[in-house]
Design a protein around this ligand. Structure first.
Ligand SMILES: *Cc1c(COP(=O)(O)O)cnc(C)c1O
Length: 228
């Protein structure tokens, strides 16, 4: 599948171009390859090209891939919806969870993370367009939830994640991402030290770079259409 190599080079080039244009340091931007719905062989192929961070949304699918890829030094990021009965596996099999939106889930992840493991990196998913279907804490509740999560010893609150409504216009895309950035600044004004903005997908990552994203979650632009 040579097209994967070509797409990977192209995406990295587009990220670098956007960094130049918006005066961002590319070292401060992490590309998460969103491999949900893709065969594990595609992950292997990207790994061979140097990619180490992969994002997944479905637990059972990820556990299968992880058993196939156990020898690889992959950093796994969970970006999907979290059901309470799945938190034990999520706490044990990922380095990052981007989609925490309530205290109950944070408490369970904290209790179920191995005390000897490094703290689980957490992003709060924020519902920036009041689009309830996608989940996420409301902006008005985010400061309080962030403060509670920083009390949990096995979790390390790193920042905010959003999945804004689709827009084709880049200035509209930027407005949504700017909301998330301002919320991060507001939370930090309360004494927290969030260093992460997980925002930007295949169709809007340039706008996310412009608004200081640190983690781009890119799936279809990299892998092509999902297999499942
Ligand atoms: C699927 C998914 C992505 C990647 O979406 P693409 O449009 O394929 O780049 C990013 N973030 C989340 C939370 C997702 O579920």
């Amino acid at each position: 599948m040579p097209t994967l190599n070509i797409r990977y080079t192209e995406i990295n080039q587009r990220i670098n171009d956007a960094c130049k244009h918006y005066e961002r340091n590319p070292d401060n931007i992490c590309l998460l390859a969103v491999s949900k719905g893709q065969h594990y062989s595609a992950i292997k192929q990207l790994y061979a090209l140097g990619q180490r961070q992969f994002g997944e949304s479905y637990l059972n699918e990820t556990l299968e891939k992880q058993s196939q890829l156990a020898k690889l030094n992959i950093e796994w990021h969970y970006i999907g919806r979290i059901q309470s009965n799945k938190t034990a596996d999520i706490a044990q099999h990922f380095a990052w969870v981007h989609s925490v939106d309530r205290l109950k889930i944070a408490n369970r992840l904290n209790d179920q993370r191995d005390n000897d493991a490094p703290a689980l990196n957490i992003c709060l998913q924020v519902n920036i367009n009041q689009e309830n279907s996608k989940g996420g804490v409301n902006e008005s509740d985010a400061v309080a939830l962030a403060k509670e999560i920083t009390q949990l010893p096995n979790l390390r609150l790193r920042g905010l994640m959003a999945l804004p409504q689709r827009e084709s216009d880049i200035s509209k895309q930027r407005e949504h991402f700017a909301c998330l950035r301002h919320l991060r600044d507001e939370i930090n004004a309360h004494g927290l030290q969030l260093d992460t903005l997980s925002m930007g997908m295949s169709n809007d990552f340039t706008a996310a770079i412009a608004e200081h994203s640190t983690h781009l979650r890119i799936g279809s632009a990299l892998f092509g259409p999902r297999q499942t």
